[in-house]
Design a binder for this molecule. Structure first.
Ligand code: ADP
Ligand code: GLC
Length: 487
C-alpha cells in the first residue's frame, strides 16, 4: 500500500508544534508495518537545505503566482523515508515560522503557498508528476494540506484521501474573492465547499472532501462535533460523523527515551531513578532554582496561547508557591504571557524560572528533570508533552479535555485503583481547580510509594506509534476496500 503524507512541518527540520513530531514519526512507524509511506512537503529553506541527493522529477513551470515550480525528490537527514519537496522559491524561500511573517501576521500569500502544496499532492495522486510512484492514499494533515482533498475530489482518480485534524482552531481562512486563484469550479467555492461565513477555509476543504477524517484522540473526535470545541465547524463535522475516527497519537520512543537520551545529563529507567534525581539537580542549576531534591519542580513546556491555559497556571502560582513548589516554564507566543512569566521569575528568584523561546534540547532536560508537568489546556486535540512526561516519570497534571482526558488518569480517592493511575486531572477552566489538582499531586509525590507507583505506571505504558500506526493501516485498508480499490 502506497501512502503519501502531505504536511507543512516535519521534525527535526521544521516544527511549530506537535504536528511536526507526528509527521516525523507516524510514516516511519507505518513503514515498519510494510506500508510504502512517503512525504510531500513545501520547499521551506530548512527542508531545501536538508534534502540529500535532490533530483528534479518534474518541472511544473509557473503556478500559483510562482514563476518556477519544480518537484524535487530526495531524502531528508533524520527522516528515513523518500521525500518530495515542492520547490517554489518565490513562495517558500522565507526563513522563520512557516505560516507567519516576523511581525506575527499571516503571510499575505498563504492561499497560494498552501493551495500549491495541495494541488501538487493531487497531481501526484493522478500520476501526472512522478510516473514512478502514485499513492493509493493521500493523507493530508491540517489546513495546510486540506486543499489536497479538494483538488483530488475535482479529478477522477482511484487514490483515496484521509484528512487528519490536528487542531481545529487553525483553519486557513482567506478572502472569498481570492478563490479565483485556486482554479477550481464555483461549486468548490460555495457553502457546500470551502465557503465559511463569507470566507474560504482550507480546513473546511479537508473536512468536506476527504474520504475519511481522523483526529488525534477519540475524545477530540467527539468534541469536534460540539459547539464548545468545534470552532464553528462542528456542523460540518457532524454532517460527516460516519467518516470521522479518533486515533490517539503516539510518541517517537527513539527520540523520547530516558534510558538512552543523548540530550540528558544522566539516563534512567523505571527501576533505577537515581539518574532522574541527577537530571533534577542539573535542571535546578541550569534554571537558577534553589538546589533541593525535596522540593517539587513543576514544568510547563508549551506554546503560550489561549489554548494552553497557562494563564490558569499564573493565577494558581501563589498556591503552588505556598505548597513549597518550584516552577520552570519554557515557551513562546503571546507577548503578554511571556512578560507575565518573566515577571513571575523576577518576583520569585530561585523559585520560578522562565525560558522564553524555543529550545528542543532543553525541552528534553526539562521533561527529565521536573517532577510534575502541567498541561491545563482549554482544549487539546491530543497533546504530546503529557506523554513525554509519562515516559520520563514526570507526573502530568492536566485538564480533562481532548487527548489529555484520554491519556491521563487520576486515582479516584485514596481507595481508588492505583494500578491504572498515572497523573492528576481537573475538570473546569478554573485556577482554583488547577491549584487543588497540584495539591493532590504534591501530596502523592511526597509519598514515596505512591510516587513510584504513578511513575512506574506511566513509564511502563506503550506510548509508541506501533498501535496507532496499525489503526491507520486498518483505516486505509477499509477505505480502499469499501471503494473497490486494491488494498
Ligand atoms: P501543540 O502542537 O498544540 O503545540 P503538542 O503537545 O502536541 O502541542 O506538541 C508540542 C510540541 O512542541 C512538543 O514536542 C513540545 O515538546 C514542543 N514544544 C512546545 N514549546 C516548546 C519550546 N518552547 N521549546 C521546545 N519545544 C517546545
Ligand atoms: C496540534 C494539537 C495537539 C496535538 C498536535 C499533534 O498541534 O494542538 O494537541 O498533539 O497537533 O497531533
Amino acid at each position: 500500500m502506497r501512502v503519501l503524507h502531505v504536511a507543512a512541518e516535519v521534525y527535526p527540520h521544521v516544527k511549530t508544534g506537535g504536528l511536526a513530531d507526528v509527521v516525523g514519526a507516524l510514516p516511519l512507524a507505518q513503514a515498519r508495518l510494510g506500508i510504502d509511506a512517503r512525504l510531500l512537503l513545501p520547499g521551506l529553506p530548512a527542508l531545501r537545505a536538508a534534502l540529500e541527493a535532490p533530483r528534479i522529477v518534474a518541472d511544473i513551470g509557473p503556478a500559483f503566482g510562482a514563476a518556477r515550480v519544480q518537484l524535487l525528490h530526495g531524502r531528508l537527514a533524520g527522516v528515513d523515508l523518500p521525500v518530495w519537496l515542492v520547490d517554489a522559491p518565490l513562495l517558500y524561500a522565507r526563513s522563520g515560522n512557516p505560516y507567519l511573517q516576523r511581525d506575527g501576521s499571516d503571510w499575505p500569500d498563504n492561499l497560494q503557498r498552501f493551495g500549491l502544496l495541495g494541488w501538487v499532492a493531487a497531481q501526484m495522486a493522478c500520476g501526472r508528476l512522478d510516473p514512478d510512484w502514485t499513492p493509493d492514499v493521500l493523507h493530508a494533515h491540517d489546513w495546510h494540506a486540506g486543499m489536497a482533498c479538494a483538488y483530488l475530489a475535482a479529478h477522477a482518480s482511484s487514490t483515496r484521501s484521509v484528512f487528519t485534524v490536528h487542531n481545529l482552531a487553525y483553519q486557513g481562512l482567506f478572502p472569498h474573492q481570492d478563490g479565483a486563484l485556486l482554479g477550481l469550479s464555483s461549486r468548490f467555492m460555495s457553502s457546500a465547499g470551502l465557503e465559511f461565513h463569507g470566507e474560504l477555509s482550507f480546513m473546511k476543504a479537508g473536512l468536506k472532501f476527504a474520504d475519511r477524517i481522523t483526529t488525534v484522540s477519540p475524545r477530540y473526535a467527539q468534541e469536534m462535533a460540539t459547539p464548545e470545541f468545534g470552532c464553528g465547524l462542528d456542523g460540518v463535522v457532524r454532517a460527516r460523523a460516519t467518516a470521522v475516527t479518533g486515533i490517539l497519537n503516539g510518541i517517537d520512543t527513539a527520540v523520547w527515551n530516558p534510558t538512552a537520551d543523548p540530550l540528558l545529563p544522566s539516563s534512567y529507567e523505571a527501576g533505577a531513578l537515581e539518574g532522574k534525581a541527577r537530571c533534577k539537580a542539573a535542571l535546578q542549576a541550569e534554571a537558577g532554582l534553589q538546589a533541593s531534591e525535596a522540593v517539587p519542580v513543576l514544568l510547563a513546556l508549551s506554546r503560550l496561547t489561549q489554548q494552553k491555559g497557562l494563564d490558569l497556571l499564573l493565577r494558581a502560582l501563589p498556591d503552588w508557591l505556598a505548597l513549597g513548589g518550584q516552577l520552570v516554564i519554557q515557551g513562546s507566543g503571546d507577548p503578554g504571557l511571556q512578560q507575565a512569566f518573566k515577571d513571575a521569575a523576577r518576583a520569585h528568584p530561585g523559585r520560578v524560572a522562565a525560558f522564553i523561546g524555543y529550545d528542543e534540547a532543553r525541552a528534553h532536560r526539562l521533561v527529565a528533570g521536573a517532577d510534575l508537568i502541567a498541561v491545563p489546556s482549554r482544549f487539546e486535540p491530543c497533546g504530546l508533552t503529557q506523554l513525554y512526561g509519562l515516559r520520563y516519570g514526570t507526573l502530568p497534571v492536566v485538564r480533562r479535555v481532548g487527548g489529555l482526558a484520554d491519556t491521563v488518569h487520576e486515582r479516584a480517592g485514596s481507595s481508588g485503583d492505583l494500578a491504572t493511575a498515572n497523573g492528576f486531572v481537573f475538570e473546569q477552566d478554573d485556577p482554583g481547580e488547577l491549584a487543588q489538582a497540584l495539591r493532590r499531586a504534591v501530596s502523592a509525590w511526597r509519598d514515596p510509594a505512591q510516587r513510584l507507583a504513578l511513575q512506574h505506571t506511566g513509564m511502563a505504558q506503550d506510548l509508541s506509534w506501533a498501535t496507532p500506526a496499525r489503526a491507520y493501516a486498518s483505516l486505509y485498508g477499509s477505505l480502499l476496500q469499501s471503494l473497490g480499490a486494491p488494498a
